[in-house]
Write a protein that binds this ligand. Structure first.
Ligand code: GDP
Ligand code: MG
Length: 153
């Protein structure tokens, strides 16, 4: 399915460190299609929902203050197997365990400052996209590169 979607976010450290362009470029150059993007300062309530599975973790309060520390670039990227491939482009949760060539492996050191987020399953991607975006913020268009990227739709 070339219309699978994932939620990718550039966290406050990624924005402050001037990594918006390089992070977007990795998804663009791979051939994925950008279908939504905004610079936002999400509420604590939204972030508590976004990270609800981690609410019991000792690092949860620190994670929330990190995510509230500045604007975030929220995006939806579309393409074949984009959820799993997006995670591969990001690298491991702990940047020190991320291979060079991945975003976290190239730009981060600390797990609590790992510059980007990506959905970990198709089901969670759907939930996260619905949490961060209204339906009318998601664009539908034919990517001019489509026929050069995919052998078959
Ligand atoms: P992800 O899906 O790779 O982002 O990882 P998780 O969903 O497990 O965790 C969400 C975010 O919480 C991570 O990206 C980190 O920013 C943060 N996090 C995860 N584990 C730790 C930890 O052990 N310590 C700290 N300080 N932050 C963590
Ligand atoms: Mg996660």
């Amino acid at each position: 399915m070339s219309n699978e979607q994932t939620f990718i976010a550039i966290k406050p450290d990624g924005v402050q460190r001037g990594l918006i362009g390089p992070i977007i470029s990795r998804f663009e150059q791979r051939g994925f299609k950008l279908v939504a993007m905004k610079l936002v300062s999400p509420s604590r309530e939204l972030l508590e929902k976004h990270y609800s599975e981690l609410a019991d973790k000792p690092f949860f309060p620190g994670l929330l203050s990190y995510m509230l520390s500045g604007p975030i670039v929220a995006m939806v990227w579309e393409g074949r197997d984009v959820v799993k491939t997006g995670r591969a482009i990001l690298g491991a949760t702990n940047p020190l365990a991320s291979a060079p060539g991945t975003i976290r492996g190239d730009y981060a050191i600390d797990v609590g400052r790992n510059v980007c987020h990506g959905s970990d399953s198709v089901e969670n991607a759907k939930k996260e996209i619905a949490l961060w975006f209204n339906e009318n913020e998601i664009q539908q268009y034919k990517h001019s590169q489509f026929d050069w990227i995919y052998e078959k739709p």
